[in-house]
Design a protein around this ligand. Structure first.
Ligand SMILES: Nc1ncnc2c1ncn2[C@@H]1O[C@H](COP(=O)(O)OP(=O)(O)OP(=O)(O)O)[C@@H](O)[C@H]1O
Ligand SMILES: [Mg+2]
Length: 241
């Protein structure tokens, strides 16, 4: 996530920026990775202009350059692991869920995806020595399945030395938004980004971002095979945002 505004791109004024946002291009990174024709169509600009905007975005977002293996190793040193605290599960995922990455959880209904993200919303607050990230959580709920009561049960199951304060404090550190449509879900990323910025200097900066579920609203709005390409394109953009 960058802090560069779309309006900072040469050739992008407020009106074009708005059109881009509406089409799901919320960040300079998403513009940088767009195709010329998609961007031209979304912003209603010529392909020549679109090409220039994309090139400028790549430069600004520092995307598309080569790095050495050593640079990447250095960057990997900042990667932390958020534990589920179920030893077998943690082992299965290489010691915990990695930070600086998107982890996709899939499985049939009732298989425990929502339970897992509830647990992670608690665990992320724990100290790093205990398997957490000492951070707060931003949680987008598209299926209305977030339950504070379930968080309470999970808090009661925490180790004695968890030291997270009372239940109210723990719930205060989980920022939940309901998304009502796929467009709303994409717009919430913008709000989430602002919230994360506001929390950056606080005692518990945002360390975990949850969407439960990523695809349900897209699935119901883009029904049928004919809409598959459009749906995948939007989802892809959403994932890069
Ligand atoms: N309080 C609880 N204690 C123990 N197990 C629970 C509790 N609440 C729910 N479960 C278990 O979790 C399962 C539901 O899992 P969950 O809601 O996480 O599924 P899901 O993968 O998110 O499903 P969906 O695709 O429908 O969203 C239930 O089958 C139930 O067995
Ligand atoms: Mg669920």
């Amino acid at each position: 996530m960058s802090e560069i505004d779309l309006e900072d791109l040469p050739g992008v004024g407020p009106a074009t920026a708005e059109k881009l946002r509406e089409a799901g291009y919320g960040t300079v990174e998403s513009v940088a990775t767009a195709t010329t024709s998609d961007l031209a169509e979304a912003a209603e600009i010529g392909e020549g202009t679109a090409k220039k905007v994309i090139l400028a975005a790549r430069k600004m977002a520092d995307i598309g350059g080569f790095k050495t293996g050593r640079d990447i190793l250095d960057k990997r040193k900042d990667v932390k692991k958020l534990k589920t605290l179920v030893p077998e599960f943690d082992e299965l995922v290489g010691g915990g869920l990695e930070t600086q990455a998107i982890t996709e959880v899939y499985g049939e209904f009732g298989s425990g995806k929502s339970q897992l993200v509830h647990q992670m919303a608690v665990n992320a607050q724990l100290a790093e020595e205990l398997g957490g990230l000492h951070g707060c959580v931003i949680y987008v709920d598209t299926e209305n399945t977030f339950r504070p009561e379930r968080i309470e049960q999970m808090v009661n199951g925490l180790p004695e030395d968890a030291d997270l304060g009372v239940l109210e404090d723990i719930l205060e550190r989980i920022h939940v938004a309901r998304a009502h449509s796929s467009d709303h879900q994409m717009l919430l990323l913008e709000t989430a980004r602002e919230l994360a910025n506001d929390l950056r200097k606080s005692e518990y900066p945002a360390k975990l971002f949850v969407i439960d579920s990523l695809t349900s609203l897209f699935r119901s709005e883009y029904a049928g095979r004919g809409t598959l390409a459009a749906r995948q394109q939007k989802l892809n953009r959403h994932m890069h945002d």
